[in-house]
Write a protein that binds this ligand. Structure first.
Ligand code: ADP
Length: 255
């Protein structure tokens, strides 16, 4: 059996008294494209944020490529992993946010170059060559010198994707990547994600409200409700023959 790329083992996440992830067990295989759907507040974004170590968890363990992200075994006890260990594991993961999060005072090229130069120690020439290749891949080579304010939302999100790819992640997390976009810009961003999904080069976890897209690109779709994964399956099964009543209700509202 191959080892999953991502594994949540009884992960508990709470904000004060509010339990957002309730003993979540969840795995994603290497190279798999998985979409997470579900009502607002069901914990979808939290799954990505805890995996990105943007939020601490209160129980359980997350593994990336078999290595524990938050806890390690030491003398038979679970202890928090060192910062260096977390950084190393975390470097396998890249996240694309709803709101792009580009640095406003940097051009598209500088946004892409920033981490390769400052955290990976690449030379400016090396980083620029790679960033230009990636900007070209997302169709924006001619906008390399533009600042975010000079770009449309769809273009900014495509720069954000190129910037994430510049760090050579194995896992890509997309948090509702098109929900902040005007409708006419959704397609160009989905096209880039579609290409990444098809390439087979990445393990992809996508939180989305775009049901048609989730059905089209995913190997598997997971329905979350109330901090739990309530149902999962092949896209055609989950959308075409939902079993859980909450999923049936949800789909009747959004489809
Ligand atoms: P979804 O992505 O499914 O809409 P989220 O993962 O964003 O849901 O949120 C799950 C729950 O956690 C919601 O009830 C939300 O209000 C709550 N929550 C999210 N972030 C915070 C936070 N920083 N502080 C307190 N509550 C939060």
């Amino acid at each position: 059996m191959t080892q999953p790329m991502i594994q949540f083992d009884k992960v508990l996440k709470a904000y004060g008294a509010l339990q957002v992830l309730k003993d979540l067990d969840f795995t994603v295989d290497k190279g798999e494209v998985v979409s997470i759907i579900g009502p607002s507040g069901s914990g979808k974004t939290t799954v990505l944020r805890v995996l990105m170590t943007l939020e601490p968890i209160q129980g359980g363990t997350m593994y990336v490529d078999g290595e524990p992200l938050n806890r390690m075994q030491a003398n038979g006890e679970l202890v928090d992993a060192s910062a260096a260990h977390i950084r190393r594991i975390r470097s396998k993961i890249g996240m694309v946010f709803q709101s792009f999060n580009l640095f406003p005072h940097m051009t598209a090229l500088e946004n892409c170059n920033e981490s390769p130069i400052y955290t990976q120690g690449k030379t400016k020439a090396e980083a620029t060559e790679e960033s230009m290749r990636l900007l070209d891949m997302v169709g924006l080579a001619d906008k390399a010198g533009h600042y975010p304010s000079q770009l449309s939302g769809g273009q900014q999100q495509r720069v954000a994707i190129a910037r994430t790819l510049a760090m050579h992640p194995e896992v890509l997390l997309f948090d509702e990547p098109t929900s902040a976009l005007d409708p006419e810009m959704v397609g160009e961003v989905l096209e880039v994600i579609r290409e990444l999904a098809r390439s087979g080069n990445y393990t992809i976890l996508l939180v989305t409200h775009q049901m048609g897209f989730a059905r089209e690109v995913s190997d598997r779709v997971c329905f979350f409700d109330g901090g739990r994964m309530v149902e999962q399956g092949l896209p055609d099964d989950l959308f075409g023959n939902p079993q859980n009543e909450r999923l049936q209700q949800f789909l009747s509202k959004v489809l």
